[in-house]
Design a protein around this ligand. Structure first.
Ligand SMILES: [Zn+2]
Length: 311
């Protein structure tokens, strides 16, 4: 099995300020752990190019993409950070980071559909799943996974793709973009109630939303996945699977109160890969979302990657 690995250096340029949990050190912790465990040699490290306005506008409104590009350009030339909403701060490097994060998801999609690799993981930031069609939100600027999924549908001509979101927070931005797009099935679980306090009532019939209470542990989540996600995925028969891979449902992560451990991420990845093998020729593109305890994040990404790379 071959797994492409994308982590553009520009993604470390985005900086939301001293002590912020969504920090460049997240990517450094992952990179260091891959080297320390030797997992790096199992991965096919690849480069990406920045996403274009046209590519971003498949998931966002053209007005939003243009306005945000201008704003991020202004922040870069002013060399001063600017808060875009209560949770999301743009720094001078954010524009380049955000375009490369989405660009990596697009390059991964091209590589997997092109068949040069079996699957791909993008260690990218800023994350994307709270970014709606028209708004930044919750540390997110462009919705990397939604942009990539629309690229697979609109450019490569796929008919059905699935988006799986296992971040501890509800992927409200992705739901906002793809609710009602019957070419996409979105399956998620998320702690509820918790930021952004949405998701309990799905916005579309193409959503499998599973809110779970605080302190839910891996065993219960596995049962939930088995009974809610897997039958829906098998019925939908996606031709490709995108994963919003947030690792903040880990029990060591302070931004949520769920109880997953590395073995649970390994199990989830195995189940999803099996679905991909049944219906999608094994095609999976996984993109980093949350995960803020640096050690737990790095270990969980490694567990996810070991399954993807079959090592
Ligand atoms: Zn999260």
């Amino acid at each position: 099995m071959s797994t492409a690995y994308y982590s553009p250096p520009e993604c470390r340029l985005h900086d939301m300020g001293e002590g912020h949990p969504e920090c460049p050190q997240r990517l450094e912790a992952i990179a260091d752990h891959l080297l320390a465990t030797g997992l790096d040699i199992a991965l096919d490290y690849r480069d990406a190019t920045p996403a274009t306005i046209e590519q971003l506008a498949r998931a966002h409104s053209a007005g939003y993409v243009n306005e945000l590009q201008n704003l991020l350009g202004a922040v870069a030339s002013e060399r001063r950070p600017r808060a875009l909403d209560p949770d999301t701060v743009a720094s001078p490097g954010t524009g380049r980071a955000a375009l490369m994060a989405a660009g990596a998801a697009l390059a991964a999609t091209d590589a997997v559909i092109g068949g040069s690799v079996d699957n791909a993981f993008c260690a990218i930031r800023p994350p994307g799943h709270h970014a709606t069609r028209d708004e930044t939100m919750g540390f997110c600027f462009f919705n990397n996974v939604a942009v990539a999924a629309r690229h697979a549908l609109d450019v490569h001509g796929l008919k059905r793709v699935a988006i799986i979101d296992f971040d501890v927070h509800h992927g409200n931005g992705t739901e906002d973009i793809i609710a009602g797009d019957e070419r996409v099935l979105m399956c998620s679980f998320f702690q509820h109630p918790l930021y952004p306090y949405s998701g309990a009532v799905p916005k579309g019939t193409n959503m499998v939303n599973v809110p779970v209470p605080p302190y839910t542990r891996g065993g219960e989540l596995r049962e939930t996945i088995e009974s809610h996600w897997i039958p829906a995925l098998d019925a939908f028969a996606p031709q490709m699977i995108f994963i919003s891979a947030g690792f903040d449902a880990h029990r060591e992560d302070d931004l949520g109160q769920l109880g997953l451990v590395e073995a649970d991420y390994e199990w989830i990845t195995r189940r999803l890969l099996a679905v991909a093998e049944r219906h999608a020729g094994g095609r999976v593109v996984s993109c980093l979302e949350g995960g803020y305890n640096l050690s737990a994040l790095a270990r969980s990404v490694a567990a996810h990657l070991r399954v993807l790379a079959g090592v």
